[in-house]
Structures are given as structure tokens and as C-alpha cells.
Ligand binder design. Structure first.
Ligand SMILES: Cc1ncc(COP(=O)(O)O)c(C=O)c1O
Length: 434
């Protein structure tokens, strides 16, 4: 495929997108006198009415603490909560007891890192020995990680004496796979990597690194925040050991995230948070813990959010992840091509990858991303500006900030046209390139 060709419109037609937009109340509003063009799903997605209704229905009809109480409401709430676990498990190709509810992806990634340092501190008994890190052991990340998949590993290294190493990216922000062969080696114990970069939007060749990591006996932790909402992801087929993602980026509410963990690993790991609901027996001196997933779900759970996330997953499944992925690959290529054709615009990342989601970040020469974001907002166009929680990647690409446009199943081609017109007008207004 050349730089100017783009994939044909597949997946969802403009008419189908127009129809499903009616499910999203917020998309009907105007901002600063213009129809809203919401191009910030990479940060958080908008919610269809079925998700809002599911949360309301839960509170109006079933609200109770789960896994406790001998009353009907508690039983109904528990059924909904556990059914939701099954719904999410099927969505990502996992088994029900491999799904742990968290607050968001950030908490899921921290959960793994803290559980590993608890094992290193001697918690978890003989079963957890396999996770113990020693001085000189290595934790490997990549240079394009979101801070949520970098800082927990920096902290784990400090707590355990392990060394943090990284797989560098090239000038296009693509992993230098040759370097991976030397960075991932005999001392590597953990490899933490993103499925899709939240800055570049390209689907990373994770399979290669997963194979390499397992060949040296390392655990693989996948940041699936920008992949699970946009592509059909099967965690068993990918053969990752852990994967984290956030509900709010996939039509669900804030306050709920998911950590997938391989059953045997979850059951051998010591817990991260401790307290009620995750124990079998407690004495004044010690406690015994439930098997996974409950051993990682301490305290009163976020039931309404979990139930609403299942409604979001049902909505996505009914439309079809393959259709959504095809539509977004098209929108992503459209963004890259249309923005890349503008004078003074540098789109970050490879220009002709066919494997991408609908997300592109760019720099408008001589114009600060915040000024551009404000200019676009005046026209009702919502984009993300700044470093997108990926400072090392921006530094590597030679910029401090960029502007990011990101799409979802509700994004229209007209919204991308408006973005391109807005950037063109901003370039003129601010004298880009001078
Ligand atoms: C790639 C990636 N990883 C992790 C996160 C963290 O997600 P959350 O803030 O929902 O925990 C994000 C969110 O922007 C992301 O894009």
C-alpha cells in the first residue's frame, strides 16, 4: 500500500454510524456554538444509553453489597456482578476466574507490580517463590509506554533491587525488534508492553516479544488499554500472563477496570490490597486468602460500574469488534493521510502501517499543542494535547507535546474533515512554520 492509498470503507458505513450515534446522548450536544466533534476517545469514550440505563437500573432495583448478606437483593446483585465477569471474560477470550475487577488499568498494572514485590518480600509462601525478584534480575518495558505501564515497574525495581531496561523505538516510534533480542535475556523476569500505543495508534508486533519473553521464562504483562476497546483481543491466543484495560475507554463507566491473569499465576501470587471479602480464615495474627479472583478484590466492590461495563461489552459485541476494528483502521489511515498532507504538520509514527486503530498524534510546526487545542475547541472539536502520559516517547521523537485525535465506532468522516479544516485554519492563524 502506498502512502496515499487508504483501505476501502469497511466495517460500518456512514449511515450505520449516523444511526448508532443516536444511542449516545452526549454526542448530540453543542460546544462553543458548534456541534461537538468528539475526537478524544483515546482519553475516555462516550457512553451509550444502555450503559447509563444499566447503572441506573442497578441502583434503582438491585443495589446491595455482593458476596454477603442472606437477602434477595444481595443475591441478585451478586448474580449480576458475577455474570458481568463472565461477559468480560468471554469478550477477551479468558475464563471467568481469570478476570479481576480493578478501578482502572493503572490499578491493574500496579496490582501486578505490588504483588510481585510482596512475593519478593517473602509473602505468599512456597507458591510465590517463583515470583521473587533478586538484585540483578531485569524488568523490561518499551520506550513508548504510557506512564501507567512504566512507573509501576520503576518502583518495583527500586523496591526489589531489580534493574529496569527498555526496548528502544526508532525515529518512527516503532519498536527496535533487533534490540529486543539482546534486551530480553537470561536475567529478564518481567516484560511489560503496550498492545497499541496511545500516541502512535499502531498495533504493536507483540507476538514476537511475547514469544521471546516466554523463551527466557519471563512473565508478560500487556497494557491492553488501547487495544481491547478497538480490536478483537484474545488473551489466551496472545499467550500473555497478565493484561490490563479500563472500562471507561470502551463505553463503560469510570471506576472500573479489568486485570486478566493466568489462573495458575493469579492463585500463586500474594495479594496486593487486603481486608474484607478476600479471606477464608482470620486470626489476630494472620489470615488465609481466597483463591483468585476474590483474593484480589478486597473491600466493598464497584458493582454498578461492573454491571454497566457488561452492558457496554454487550453493546460492542452486538455491533461486532471486527466491524469496529475495520472502521477504525480506515479512520486511522484517513487521519494520518489527511493530516500528513497539510503543510507544517508532522504526524508521529509510521505513515503506512495498515495495522492501526483510529488514533493519530501530530505536531504543527511552531504552534504549541495547547494553543491548537484551544483553537479547535472554539470550533467544538475536542482533541487531546500534551504528552499523553508518554513523556519518554515524546522526548525520543524530539518534541515536548503533541495534539492527538482519536476515534471510535461513533466517529464520522465529517468530524475528521472538520478537524482537518480546523488545523488548516489554525496553521494560518498562528503562522505555522514561521
Ligand atoms: C496505553 C494506556 N495505558 C494505560 C492507560 C491508563 O488508563 P487509566 O487512566 O484508565 O488507568 C491509558 C490511558 O490513557 C493508556 O492509553
Amino acid at each position: 500500500m502506498t502512502t496515499t492509498e487508504i483501505a476501502p470503507l469497511t466495517g460500518l458505513s456512514e449511515a450505520q454510524v449516523g444511526a448508532l450515534r443516536l444511542d449516545f446522548p452526549l454526542l448530540a450536544r453543542s460546544v462553543n456554538g458548534s456541534a461537538l466533534a468528539y475526537l478524544d476517545t483515546g482519553a475516555t469514550s462516550q457512553k451509550p444509553r444502555v450503559v447509563l440505563d444499566a447503572e441506573r437500573d442497578y441502583y434503582e432495583q438491585r443495589n446491595a453489597a455482593v458476596h454477603r448478606g442472606a437477602h434477595t437483593l444481595a443475591a441478585e446483585a451478586t448474580d449480576r456482578f458475577e455474570d458481568a465477569r463472565g461477559t468480560v471474560a468471554r469478550f477477551v477470550g479468558a475464563d471467568d476466574d481469570e478476570i479481576v475487577w480493578t478501578s482502572n488499568a493503572t490499578e491493574g498494572l500496579n496490582l501486578v507490580a505490588y504483588a510481585l514485590s510482596n512475593a519478593t518480600a517473602g509473602r505468599g509462601g512456597a507458591e510465590a517463590e517463583q515470583f521473587r525478584l533478586h538484585a540483578g534480575d531485569e524488568i523490561v518495558v518499551t520506550e513508548l509506554e504510557h506512564h501507567a505501564n512504566l512507573i509501576p515497574w520503576q518502583e518495583l525495581a527500586v523496591r526489589t533491587g531489580a534493574t529496569l531496561r527498555y526496548i528502544p523505538v526508532d525515529d518512527d516510534g516503532a519498536w527496535q525488534l533487533d534490540a529486543a533480542a539482546t534486551v530480553i535475556g537470561g536475567r529478564t523476569r518481567v516484560v511489560a508492553l503496550s498492545h497499541v500505543s496511545n500516541v502512535i495508534g499502531v498495533v504493536n508486533p507483540v507476538e514476537q516479544l511475547i514469544r521471546r519473553a516466554h523463551a527466557v521464562g519471563a512473565i508478560v504483562v500487556l497494557d491492553a488499554c488501547q487495544s481491547v476497546p478497538h480490536l478483537a483481543v484474545d488473551v489466551h491466543a496472545l499467550d500473555v500472563d497478565f493484561a490490563a484495560f479500563s472500562g471507561h475507554k470502551m463505553l463503560g463507566p469510570t471506576g472500573v477496570g479489568v486485570l486478566y491473569g493466568r489462573r495458575d499465576l493469579l492463585n500463586a501470587l500474594p495479594p496486593f490490597l487486603t481486608g474484607g471479602s478476600m479471606i477464608t480464615t482470620v486470626t489476630m495474627e494472620s489470615a488465609e486468602y481466597l483463591p483468585a479472583p476474590q483474593r484480589f478484590e478486597a473491600g466493598t466492590q464497584r458493582v454498578s460500574q461492573v454491571v454497566a461495563l457488561a452492558a457496554a461489552v454487550d453493546y460492542l459485541t452486538a455491533i461486532g469488534m471486527d466491524r469496529i476494528a475495520a472502521r477504525e483502521a480506515y479512520l486511522g489511515q484517513l487521519l494520518v493521510r489527511r493530516l500528513g498532507e497539510l503543510p507544517h504538520v508532522r504526524v508521529l509514527g509510521p505513515q503506512h502501517s495498515a495495522l492501526r486503530v483510529g488514533l493519530a498524534s501530530f505536531d504543527l510546526a511552531g504552534v504549541h499543542a495547547h494553543d491548537l487545542g484551544q483553537f479547535l475547541d472554539d470550533r467544538g472539536i475536542a482533541v487531546r494535547v500534551g504528552h499523553h502520559c508518554a513523556q519518554p516517547l515524546h522526548r525520543r521523537l524530539g518534541i515536548v507535546a503533541s495534539t492527538r485525535a482519536s476515534t471510535y465506532l461513533y466517529t464520522t468522516v465529517d468530524e475528521i474533515d472538520r478537524l482537518v479544516e480546523g488545523v488548516t485554519a489554525a496553521a494560518d492563524f498562528f503562522g505555522a512554520g514561521t
